[in-house]
Design a protein around this ligand. Sequence first.
Ligand SMILES: Nc1ncnc2c1ncn2[C@@H]1O[C@H](COP(=O)(O)OP(=O)(O)OP(=O)(O)O)[C@@H](O)[C@H]1O
Ligand SMILES: [Mg+2]
Length: 470
Amino acid sequence: MAKMFCGLDFGTTNSSVALAGEEGVRILELDPVNDNPASLPSLLYMSREGEHIVGRAAANAFIDRNVDREVALEQVDLGIAIDGYVGSEPDKDESYRPPEFDSGRREAVRAHAMVEVNSPGRLFQSLKTAMRYRSHKGTEVFGQQYQIEELTAFILREIKHKVDQAVDENIDTAVFGRPVRFSTDPEEDAVAERRLRTAAGLAGFKNVVFFYEPVAACVEYAVTTDRTQRLMVVDIGGGTCDVCVMEFGGGAETATRLAHSKVLGVAGVTVAGDAIDREIIRAKLFPSFGSRSRYGPSQLPVPQYLFRTIADWQNLYKLNTQETLNWLVAMEMSSTEPTAIRALRCLIQRNYGYPVVREVEQAKKTLSFEQQARIVIEKEAIHIAADLERAEFAHIIEHLAEDMLGSVKEAETQAQINLGDVDYVLTTGGTSLIPALRHMLEDRYGAERLLERDTFTSVATGLAIVSRYV
Ligand SMILES: Nc1ncnc2c1ncn2[C@@H]1O[C@H](COP(=O)(O)OP(=O)(O)OP(=O)(O)O)[C@@H](O)[C@H]1O
Ligand SMILES: [Mg+2]
């Protein structure tokens, strides 16, 4: 078989792969059980028995096996004294953070870990986001320590397997996408790229070249025309919003066209779909779980860290301790909103965090096509039916939209162009389907200059083209 070139887009939410060869570019089918088989949800489920399930099947396994059941946790003393940490109590999911700041708050503590007594498995989501945290020293899964690179490699290995199968040979060279900024902190950014490279290596990709995701999406479109053009790409995914401005010289041949192209500016922020989901949860669901209630003789407000944990459902299980549950039972009795506090306890105890986030995400997606959506969560003590209209949704995410617009403006400034100098603004990524964000771009560039490219595969296609020609 003729040589094939591989482009791999490991996304915060979805991953996809394209192969470029003599006959052009093709997108691989990565996940036959996903609604869109061309993209593999970047999810990993690890069972107690050592099984690793990725993609849509990972979410299904978690819902089948973990949700609707009580997860009992026990606190065990690890028998180590740690000198100086800052912030929350260390647990098995985080490293014992070295005191990088606030050195006055050093103290010696005994390390405790939460041990799941009977959980059948763990689900990991948005691993790409976690890559940037320098202090992340791995996570313990059923007694074994895993680094984030290893967790990511489970997903990449599955992808590589599909690639090898498709071409019937070992493809160990690939162009990987990367966001313009994994983090606004350059050190964190470097750490994240290094980790992704290590993960790729563990999965069997020996030669990896990184390429900016929005630049790849720009190439995907640019090679379909022969005109001299100045193009902007706005790629808003699950974890990041990435922007680039590029210039292409005329020419019909892909190689010539790429040789006469130039990146004029790039920018990006770590604000996208996941952050939007959290905002909806905060605005529409927190009150149903008692965020505004008060309790006890002094009518104290309910501690807000409980709610931060709900928004970040992957850590919800950490609240599932007898101590917290007893406290919630007591709180319920003296609360101004006992039903809401009972719902909160049910959410924690029965592991409903992930289904709740999925429901919210679904409502968000509905709002891309309908004027109104309803978030309905009916589970034991949880009875939520919250209506969300487009206008209210737009208001909830206004500050996030501002951040995204900030990176669009930054790319323009870097490219030293005026608004009128762009021929087309190409949009891609799931979050770019949100009407409020489209309107934001339409207001700036005019609807006639917006061009929607394939939401989930334009980056991978561009990466494969780059892999072949550059
Ligand atoms: N129809 C829709 N309307 C609004 N948001 C959507 C829609 N479809 C998907 N999304 C959101 O888009 C995000 C996923 O988009 P995408 O697959 O482009 O991201 P990604 O490539 O995995 O992430 P990143 O590029 O940031 O690493 C999710 O947050 C998802 O909820
Ligand atoms: Mg993406």
